[in-house]
Design a protein around this ligand. Structure first.
Ligand SMILES: *[C@@H]1O[C@H](CO)[C@@H](O)[C@H](O)[C@H]1NC(C)=O
Ligand SMILES: *[C@@H]1O[C@H](CO)[C@@H](O)[C@H](O)[C@H]1NC(C)=O
Ligand SMILES: *[C@@H]1O[C@H](CO)[C@@H](O)[C@H](O)[C@H]1NC(C)=O
Length: 566
């Protein structure tokens, strides 16, 4: 009798113990990445822009950490490939241009992607929105590359309401591009896509609230990319009306597109808070690359005061707007001034999730979680970022610590200068009460309970002023088509003083040239392949399909500007 009761008691104690251990084991954090498409460095208001405000995005930066020197490849496909693989585009075959919808290629299948790593570690992995890493075969598409679930589009961009796209080259019709996993998704056509994607992300977050499983959600917006050429900038009328003080009608529409995106950030944060999941979440917002202010897919976005734009080697192409929030960040409410590269997210977030990475991944990104999560004065990690190495266009740019080397350029140099200015008239009427606007945002209301110090008016203006980039005077210009360029981006963020002829900098120059040569020797062949006529939506269902494996129809359908598969 005694023996039995002691045994039961011991059993009971043991059970309590193991329950306690389970409760004490920290749950892996939810990871939410909200990505903007082609939004410029100065299209957020946390650096001092006043033409239109982004109170939710700004609040994320002020309550969390403003990523002052976040770098990304200057175009969609290489940038998204670097995020998901943790590798430079030269190591995944994505270093030259982007995948156009009718081209049969993809991010190399031999890379292990972030969603695969997180899935193996027990995460539910979800992509809502844009993919743009190849779809001509089923094995290239998101649900076969680590995502449990995809709601969105495979290609480069779509119309904001009709979800169709036409590539800007001859011979391909307009095609529908919107799916739930592999199936065409036809519901809710006509709903503004920024809202539609946000609603789907909210649904996933709510559905997740009672689950043990940690959540990985990548909300990959269409905003602020252009839609099809015939109607490139699109936003709901009532949103555009809010910006009636902006005289340029295109810029006014763009402001409305940004505003919808900003509201999306507020909605995601509020939903995490309302479902009690905020405390255990890491939320990152950033743009995949600089804005195309002019030229192809121009959206009027601004990278002021940086040089260049999307698809250029200059800071305006590669230094992007971004912010991170997590209750685990010790220095919440401060600027993170170290250079960080989008390929760093894979090792950095793996660390945050307690995942040990396999050494065979051959990452180019580095783990910056200790610096991001640590104290505000954590010493900088000296690091290399290869911005571009494209021998087809004969352009390379690399940064080593504060030094940046540029050799050659894109588009024959026509987008190499500062392409926009900062609007000083036509200001957002909310600017006069900016701190109140920020603090009243949905994001600020949800995050303020985690603040270490109150977000006062004064703190807001201190951070905003410190994040403002000041250019010096032009000292020694550089023509990258005929000479090499070398800059100290710490003192010269606007790339105005070429140091390549300075004897004092000859060692730095030699080191950067050597690294370019070494990296060139390690590069894969670019994956680009020529367009296939079989890709034409007309030969399928009027939708962009996995055209390398789907038999084209014998008689083309009439898809142009009418046909949709559903
Ligand atoms: C478009 O199709 C026509 C007829 O099939 C062909 O002759 C032409 O070369 C194609 N143009 C392009 C740019 O592919
Ligand atoms: C710089 O560009 C020139 C012209 O394309 C090329 O000959 C040279 O090798 C490049 N330098 C490096 C270090 O890549
Ligand atoms: C992975 O793919 C790239 C690009 O397609 C290729 O260059 C490389 O050799 C491949 N690596 C392995 C280990 O198969």
């Amino acid at each position: 009798m005694w023996a039995l009761s002691t045994f039961l008691l011991l059993l009971c104690l043991q059970r309590v113990k193991s329950d306690e251990a389970a409760a004490a084991a920290p749950r892996r954090p939810n990871i939410i990445i909200i990505m903007a498409d082609d939004m410029g460095f100065d299209d957020v208001s946390f650096r001092g822009g006043r033409e239109f405000l982004t109170p939710n995005i700004d609040a994320l930066a002020y309550h969390g950490r403003l990523l002052d020197r976040l770098y990304a490849p200057a175009m969609c496909t290489p940038s998204r490939g670097a995020l998901l693989s943790g590798r430079y585009p030269i190591h995944t075959g994505t270093q030259h241009f982007v995948i156009s919808n009718e081209e049969p290629w993809a991010l190399t299948l031999n890379a292990t992607l972030l969603p695969e790593i997180l899935k193996t570690a027990g995460y539910s992995t979800n992509l809502v929105g844009k993919w743009h890493l190849g779809f001509s075969r089923p094995e290239y598409t998101p649900t076969q590359r680590g995502f449990d679930y995809h709601f969105g589009y495979w290609g480069a961009y779509i119309d904001y309401y009709q979800r169709r796209s036409k590539m800007p080259i001859a011979n391909y019709s307009l095609g529908y591009d919107f799916r739930r996993n592999m199936e065409l998704e036809c519901r809710d056509r006509g709903v503004y896509v920024t809202d539609l994607l946000t609603t789907e992300a909210e649904r996933l977050i709510k559905e997740h609230a009672d689950k043990e499983q940690p959540l990985f959600l990548m909300l990959s917006h269409l905003a602020t990319h252009t839609a099809n050429e015939d109607d490139p900038l699109q936003a709901p009328e009532e949103e555009i009306r809010k910006f009636s003080y902006i005289r340029d009608p295109n810029r006014r529409k763009f402001a409305a597109m940004v505003s919808k995106l900003d509201q999306s950030v507020g909605r995601i944060i509020s939903t995490l808070a309302a479902t009690d999941q905020l405390e255990n979440s890491i939320v990152i917002f950033y743009s995949d690359n600089g804005a195309p202010s002019v030229g192809m897919f121009a959206n009027t976005g601004s990278n002021f005061p940086l040089r260049g734009q999307k698809n250029t080697p200059w800071e305006g192409g590669v230094r992007v707007a971004g912010a991170i929030w997590s209750s685990q960040l010790q220095a919440r409410g401060s600027i993170f001034s170290q250079p960080i590269y989008v390929a760093d997210w894979l090792p950095t977030l793996s660390h945050a999730a307690g995942i040990e990475l396999d050494g065979s991944l051959k990452l180019d990104g580095i783990d910056l979680w200790p610096q991001l999560a640590g104290s505000a004065d954590a010493p900088h990690v000296p690091r290399e970022i290869l911005h571009i190495l494209d021998d087809e266009w004969r352009v390379s740019a690399i940064q080593l610590g504060q030094w940046k080397y540029v050799n050659g350029t894109t588009s024959a140099g026509q987008y190499d200068s500062v392409l926009t200015y900062r609007e000083l008239d036509n200001l957002d009427p909310r600017e006069s009460s900016y701190p109140v606007t920020v603090r009243n945002s949905a994001t600020s209301r949800a995050l303020s309970r985690y603040d270490l110090r109150r977000l006062t008016q004064r703190r807001i203006s201190t951070i905003r002023q410190s994040a403002t980039v000041h250019c010096g005077d032009l000292q020694r210009s550089c023509n990258p088509l005929v000479e090499e360029c070398l800059y100290d981006t710490e003192t010269d963020p606007c790339e105005q003083n070429n140091l390549v002829y300075s004897a004092r900098h000859s060692d730095v120059l030699a080191a950067l040239q050597r690294r370019i040569r070494e990296l060139r020797a390690s590069a894969s062949t670019p994956g680009n392949r020529a367009s296939m006529a079989e890709a034409n939506p007309t030969w399928h269902t009027c939708a962009w399909e996995t055209f390398e494996v789907q038999k084209p129809k014998l008689v083309p359908l009439e898809c142009d500007y009418q046909g949709v598969p559903c």
